[in-house]
Design a binder for this molecule. Structure first.
Ligand SMILES: Nc1ncnc2c1ncn2[C@@H]1O[C@H](COP(=O)(O)OP(=O)(O)OP(=O)(O)O)[C@@H](O)[C@H]1O
Length: 351
């Protein structure tokens, strides 16, 4: 049976940190994501060794509670190649949402569920906006599955000449930074500063973005701490919600919309991804995940439907190959939806 965030937190309150306080109240549980029976979170610790026992107890307790998959990532010092000093390793200081100097607008690309194509949409939108002449940044804030380095075809570690400012990477006209570029490839998150949330804030303020018309932020799926932190720390000009048409994805998308409404972030629109499938050999059209679900949901909620993006092999191959479809086949029917959204955002004054 699906677990709720409250059940998971209550369960984790039964696990003590070495200080004697339980790991939730000790502030160690961060970026908690509960999806059906899968639970993921980050334990923010200075050094992992003393917390190993608490981690395994938490895993056992969550499995007993009914979790089918548990992923707990400890933030810790990376030994072989320390990333640049991102500051003092302090907690994000409490402050309200702020405009980031040099960045005119910030748009979050979000989804309720993982795997619906949020990162594919974010990278194609960023490249399509760049092709329209906009100055575009892309921040990959998906701490669990950073995929933008692969999608934009960039690799290598960002340089930090003075140990403070981080120089982002650039490809296809897009300036990009990803948490994935600051970690070792086989580790989900290893951060020198102990605070993941502080790290997100620092990515916004210490990365040398230059002057941008728009920064696109690729969020982790769901409605967790990263989303909240972003909305609290940065002035978000709008959110785009990506969903596949089937009910279960829409149900989660609705939660995302609710969260943005509560945070007073305007929803610019929804995108239905994997809308129709056209067979690349025979041209037959079929609706793998149903069709029109997002359109009717958007109508119901009074939110614009920005595009219906087909499920097409070329979109996946382009994303995996490091040159999104709007770059590799800009005139194709598969690229059209993304390019239309980019133009619409510019027309609305949102990008
Ligand atoms: N319209 C599409 N046609 C074909 N393949 C697609 C399409 N959209 C996304 N994909 C593929 O589906 C997979 C998941 O997409 P993506 O990583 O963008 O999802 P996501 O929502 O960002 O997932 P997560 O949040 O879990 O990282 C990728 O392999 C991507 O290439």
């Amino acid at each position: 049976m699906a677990l709720t965030r409250e059940e998971v937190l209550a369960c984790l309150r039964g696990i003590d940190a070495p200080s004697g306080t339980n790991i939730v109240d000790a502030g160690l549980v961060r970026a908690l994501q509960v999806e059906d029976t899968s639970v993921r979170f980050v334990m923010e610790v200075e050094s992992p060794a003393p917390y190993g026992e608490a981690k395994s107890k938490a895993e056992d307790a969550l499995k007993k509670l009914g979790a089918s998959a548990v992923s707990i990532v400890m933030t810790a010092h990376s030994t072989p190649k320390p990333p640049p000093d991102l500051g003092t390793g302090r907690k994000a200081e409490p402050s309200g949402p702020e405009k980031i100097p040099g960045i005119d607008r910030i748009i979050a690309v979000a989804s309720g569920k993982g795997g619906v194509g949020k990162s594919t949409v974010a990278s194609n939108l960023a490249c399509a906006l760049a092709a329209e002449g906009r100055r575009v940044g892309l921040l990959d804030a998906d701490v669990y599955g950073p995929s933008q380095p692969r999608m934009l075809g960039v690799s290598g570690r960002p340089q930090s000449p003075d140990g403070k400012i981080i120089l982002p990477l650039r490809n296809h006209g897009v300036t990009m930074m990803s948490i994935g570029l600051m970690t070792n490839e086989d580790q989900a998150v290893v951060w020198r500063g102990p605070m993941l949330m502080g790290a997100l804030q620092q990515m916004l303020s210490q990365v040398q973005w230059g002057a941008l018309d728009v920064l696109i932020v690729d969020l982790p799926p769901g409605t967790g701490d990263v989303q909240m932190t972003l909305a609290q720390k940065a002035h978000l000009d709008g959110a785009i919600i990506v969903s596949t048409p089937q009910d279960i994805a829409l149900l989660d998308a609705r939660k995302g919309i609710d969260m943005f409404n509560q945070m007073k972030t305007p929803i610019l629109g929804m995108i239905e991804n994997m809308s129709t499938h056209i067979c690349s050999s025979c041209g037959h059209e079929e609706h793998v995940f149903g069709h029109g679900g997002v359109t009717s949901e958007a109508n119901k909620l009074g939110i614009p439907l920005l595009a219906e993006i087909p499920l097409h092999l070329d979109i996946r191959l382009a994303a995996d190959g490091g040159a999104p479809i709007v770059v590799s086949k800009p005139d194709s029917a598969q690229a059209k939806g993304f390019r239309t959204v980019a133009k619409a955002l510019i027309d609305m004054g949102s990008a």
